[in-house]
Design a protein around this ligand. Sequence first.
Ligand SMILES: [Fe+2]
Ligand SMILES: [Fe+2]
Length: 175
Amino acid sequence: MAADAFVSQLNEQIAHEFAAHQQYVAIAVHYDGETLPQLAAFFYRQALEERDHAMMMVRYLLDADAEVVIPGVAAPQVGFSDVVAPVSLALAQERRVTEQINALASTARTEGDFTSEQFIQWFIKEQVEEVSLMEDLLNVVERSRENLLLAEEFIARENLGAEGSDPTAPPADEG
Ligand SMILES: [Fe+2]
Ligand SMILES: [Fe+2]
């Protein structure tokens, strides 16, 4: 039985994950409109990962017979001052989510809810990877400010952000 405090905090996190999805779609569309297809593809991929995160949380609450409420989400930022700004925004977002995930882990532990604590562990590891990935991308776009085709080449060559399936990931769908 998941602790009530954890359940309500996880419901809030579902809204943050869906909002992250919308934000990354908005960034992808922005780059797509600038004819930067690798940057666009990178953010379309990240958007799908955020949706998966939300659905893993939904699935966990369903499996735990806990209340789950699919939320409305805050509108994403759609206008950007320059080519680097979307990546700075994305990095800030990942850092914020890391704090939120850590707070969830802390609640699970305080409540003695070991099942939820174990569930949230995967997200702690995932956030380390996502923050590091956005830091890498920020370095690359800052270095490529004058010629973003260099960033495009880098993303393609390094296959940046393209992950294989992770067998340790919590399920995002029924199964
Ligand atoms: Fe996420
Ligand atoms: Fe993320």
